[in-house]
Design a protein around this ligand. Structure first.
Ligand code: ZN
Length: 488
């Protein structure tokens, strides 16, 4: 079990021991029976926090140290929602572990996790409450809500026609001439009203939610001018008010060079640095700034210019790096303290070393490699060096048209040789970190209660039983948002 204790102090002892506990910033009085030993009240000299428990130094026959489970001293909890009869509860942590607790329960109050773990630990702490809602998980697996940490959901129309043209042998240039490609997406996205963009983006994010995604990072980048990029971010802001999904918005004005700047690269970088970034910051519409550093998009120098300005404005950073060529953007991201560097098909060992020294998350996007017919990326050398690895859909109309995040877990295991534990961490705690959320997707006490009940009873089924939707129930901030009556 893990409880975030900050402090513990003895406030009274007689027949019972009273402790004042500081649990995640909340002061609670805990009462335990530890002062009694062989029927006699005993004096406790000291109490200290030791790992998941309390260490008491007691005057017994001799001075003895007694380790006590924390739950003996915790006050009862009064949940509004109890998810009971969980076959396996998945608990990822930030230190690289994944704990699986069998026969478990989760207690939720005011949209947050109050208690979780084995039923024998959780149930005795529950105080009866007439308004308590109980969900029977039916011995299924329960995990934190998934986090898709790299998506491009704001665009005007899909590119199914371009997909078919490519299959028929059309080249990139021919597709551009026939009305395909990102620059034509840009033209259409600029022309589309905010309301129409909102409707299509709503459908995409709602579909992500149906796959168990309760938080996602989402980028602009299909308008490539001041008005259109602001409009795209406004769409995300509006949807974060209406959809039960938390959105971490990123400005990706540096996605491609727009048509009107084809012979004036510097002009577009100046526009981003001098106009778009300050305006986005002023309106509070983006949490982070992204850029596509690639031979066909922006150079390392141009990317650095955008990143440095964003950092000066107080935005978090992320970079599309190493998709086709190793240009040094991974190293740049690591050195500037980026939240994530994403794609990583082509990364030099020097860049990898820079990443190892940073806190930056390595985000892999197997859907893009699959769509483009490329070799799947290889996260093993990152994992072996202890670099946090996340997987994301890269949902976008050109190179990865899917909202199915669990499918990326299947690709992670089947094509990229990740373990089942590694892919669960890649869709939860590491993805949350990449999207800029700490204290998310680990189910610690006090964390927001985002949970998924899955239609399987063995947690290894997520990557194994692939390509279909195995979500049974989704809970967002303690509220039921997707409910299914399907039995295993
Ligand atoms: Zn992308």
């Amino acid at each position: 079990m893990s409880i975030s204790f900050i402090d513990a102090k003895i406030i009274n002892q007689g027949r019972a021991l009273q402790l004042e506990l500081d649990i995640i910033g909340q002061r609670k009085i805990g009462v335990g029976e530890l002062a009694e030993y062989r029927g006699q009240p005993r004096k406790i000299r000291e109490v200290e926090i030791a790992g998941d428990g309390l260490l008491l130094l007691a005057e017994l026959d001799n001075l003895q140290q007694v380790s006590v489970p924390v739950s003996s001293f915790l006050p009862p909890v009064e949940p509004e929602l109890l998810i009971d009869n969980i076959g396996q509860l998945i608990l990822p942590d930030e230190k690289g572990h994944l704990e699986i607790v069998e026969n478990a329960a989760v207690a939720v109050g005011q949209g947050k996790i109050l208690e979780k773990g084995s039923r024998t630990k959780v149930m005795p702490r529950l105080q009866s409450n007439s308004s308590l809602k109980i969900i029977d998980a039916g011995a299924r697996v329960v995990s934190p809500g998934l986090v898709d940490c790299h998506t491009h959901p704001v665009f005007a129309r899909n590119r199914a026609d371009e997909f078919a043209q490519r299959l028929a042998g059309a080249t990139y240039d021919e597709i551009l001439e026939n009305g395909g490609g990102i620059l034509n997406s840009a033209r259409l996205t600029r022309e589309t009203s905010l309301l129409d963009l909102e409707k299509s983006t709503y459908r995409r994010i709602a579909r992500s939610l149906s796959y168990g995604v309760t938080s996602l990072e989402a980028k602009s980048g299909y308008a490539l001018n001041l008005k259109g990029e602001i409009k795209s971010l406004q769409v995300l802001e509006n949807l974060s008010q209406t959809l039960p999904v938390d959105i971490s918005p990123s400005l990706l004005a540096a996605h491609a060079l727009p048509r009107e700047f084809q012979s004036n690269r510097k002009g577009y970088i100046d526009l981003i640095v001098d106009k778009i970034l300050p305006e986005v910051k002023l309106k509070g519409l983006a949490r982070s700034c992204d850029a596509f550093c690639e031979k066909s998009a922006f150079s390392l120098k141009e990317t650095a210019q955008v990143m440095r300005k964003a950092k000066a404005l107080g935005l978090d950073l992320r970079i599309h790096a190493g998709q086709f060529n190793s240009l040094g953007a991974v190293k740049l991201g690591a050195e500037l303290g980026a939240l994530s560097v994403d794609h990583l098909e082509e990364v030099s060992s020097e860049e990898l070393s820079a990443l190892e020294k940073s806190q930056t998350v390595a985000v892999f996007l197997p859907g893009a490699a699959l769509t483009l017919g490329m070799q799947p990326p290889s996260p093993r050398r990152y994992l072996d060096r202890g670099i946090p690895v996340a997987l994301a859909t890269d949902m976008n109309p050109g190179t990865s048209m899917t909202e199915n995040l669990p499918l990326m877990a299947s690709f992670g295991c089947m094509q990229m040789k990740m373990t089942v534990d590694e892919v669960w961490r890649a869709l939860t705690v590491n993805a949350a970190k990449a999207a800029g959320w700490t204290r998310r997707a680990t189910l610690r006490q006090g964390e927001i209660a985002d949970l998924v009940i899955w239609d399987f009873d063995d947690y290894r089924s997520l990557p194994y039983h692939y390509g279909i939707n195995l979500v049974n129930t989704v809970i967002k901030r303690g509220k039921l948002v997707i409910s299914s009556a399907t039995d295993i």
